[in-house]
Design a protein around this ligand. Structure first.
Ligand code: FAD
Length: 393
């Protein structure tokens, strides 16, 4: 015979993560959660089904300080890294598409300008990008070069004082809606970054359709055919692959928090469902096999959340190393995907419906596992840190 006791008031925070956060960090997290509950969550199933990105919410996200949140000046909020991470956690608890939008806007497009741009480029683009009145994208991946961007074929050659760009980029988040694209191209001096405004002659985009993942997010191809840019369009500080890789490291930091959110939201759906679904005359939450799944997921989620906050504290202390970001991205995305799939099983047939979030999160996390460095590449980055040997080359 089973005995019922009162479950935890907040079963989603078994380890009391809130205890290691400051009041300000908790407030920021709560503000983002409220915005998403009001403006985003009620529409997510429809947006995912119809492959719609709610672009009109960009200025609202800007007003909340979510865009370029951890950057200083130029209208950016200038929060600490942990607060930015917690915002990403809440965004991805809603949908990875919203976290992707914020990551690409803030950590790829804006960060590339903030870190490597001229003062004129910063003044021209950052305030609008922070406000969400302009949208940015980041073009590194090409059809034939994903994990190995060093092989890129997009070329920029000098023509008098100008640059002429030719090539194409693939799988670019926000590409079709971007007002400005940070495009990475090979030159006689190595890889360089360029700001390509929408409407520049020879620059076109095409959205990628029939995605089964990140459907509430725009993903596009960028085409550059004899695109002429003035010398001032080049990001003056970026030389070599270090330029784009520094931006990716920033974006991965948001992902390692975001994945915790997708896992948490899946677990919440499974807990609720397991409590109300009755089979063999009892809630399925009372079966040992269901409880084993729930317990394993709660433990994995707590570990991921602690790892994220720990890495955030290292970042705030200026001590976060790239291989540590790989540890977080590899572990937290892998765990979140396992959790989302496991939660789907608890929901039985209902688990394949968009009425419940786990299958949407699982599908989204398939992209998250691949972009910003695949799980295999992050494994090999950690392997290199441990052995001194780069097995991926
Ligand atoms: P590949 O590099 O071809 O890899 C295929 C498989 O081979 C993977 O399993 C990989 O791990 C494995 N592999 C490759 N090399 C090795 C190795 N040395 N050792 C072991 N295994 C290896 N890119 C951008 O530039 N900007 C964006 O905004 C952007 N947004 C994206 C949005 C979505 C929804 C998706 C799906 C992708 C996005 N990307 C973006 C692209 C993403 O970064 C790439 O897909 C990723 O880098 C992997 O490249 P690839 O798809 O070409 O796979």
């Amino acid at each position: 015979m089973s005995t019922r006791t009162t479950p935890l008031a907040d079963p989603l925070d078994l380890i009391d993560l809130a205890a290691v956060l400051t009041d300000e960090e908790r407030d920021i997290q709560a503000t983002v959660a409220t915005f998403l509950a009001d403006r985003v969550r009620p529409h997510l199933a429809e947006w995912f089904e119809n492959a719609h990105f709610a672009r009109e919410l960009a200025p609202e996200m800007g007003a909340l300080g979510l865009l370029g949140m951890h950057l200083d000046g130029y209208g950016c909020a200038g929060t600490n890294a942990v607060s930015y991470g917690l915002a990403c956690l809440e965004l991805e608890a809603a949908d990875s598409g919203f976290r992707s939008f914020v990551s690409v806007q803030g950590s790829l497009a804006m960060y590339s300008i903030h870190r490597w741009g001229s003062e004129e480029q910063k003044q021209e683009w950052l305030p609008r990008l922070a406000a969400g009145t302009a949208i940015g994208c980041f073009g590194l991946t090409e059809p034939d070069f994903g994990s190995n961007p060093a092989g890129m074929r997009t070329r920029a050659v000098r023509d008098g004082g100008d640059w002429i760009l030719n090539g194409s980029k693939m799988w670019i988040t926000n590409g079709g809606i971007a007002d400005v694209a940070t495009v990475w191209a090979d030159t006689d001096e190595g890889v360089r970054g360029f700001l390509v405004p929408r409407g520049t002659p020879g620059f076109s985009t095409r959205d990628i359709r029939q995605k089964m993942s990140l459907r509430a997010s725009v993903t596009s191809e960028l085409h550059l055919a004899d695109v002429r840019l003035p010398a001032e369009a080049r990001l003056p500080g970026a030389a070599g692959l270090r330029g784009p890789l520094s931006c990716l490291n920033e974006a991965r930091f948001g992902i390692l928090f975001g994945a915790v959110g997708a896992g948490r939201d899946s677990l919440q759906a499974a807990l609720r469902y397991a409590d109300s679904r009755v089979q063999f005359d009892r809630p399925i939450s009372g079966f040992q096999l269901t409880q084993r799944k729930l317990a394993d997921m709660a433990v994995a989620l707590g570990n991921s959340a602690l790892l994220a906050v720990h890495l955030g504290r290292l970042k705030d202390g200026g001590r976060l190393r790239p291989e540590q970001v790989s540890v977080g991205k590899l572990n937290n995305v892998r765990e979140a995907l396992t959790i989302a799939r496991e939660c789907r099983t608890i929901l039985g047939a209902n688990g394949i419906s968009l009425e419940y979030s786990p299958i949407r999160h699982a599908n989204n996390l398939e992209s998250v596992l691949t972009y910003e460095g695949t799980s295999e590449i992050h494994t090999l980055v950690i392997g290199q840190a441990l052995t001194g040997q780069a097995a991926y080359r």
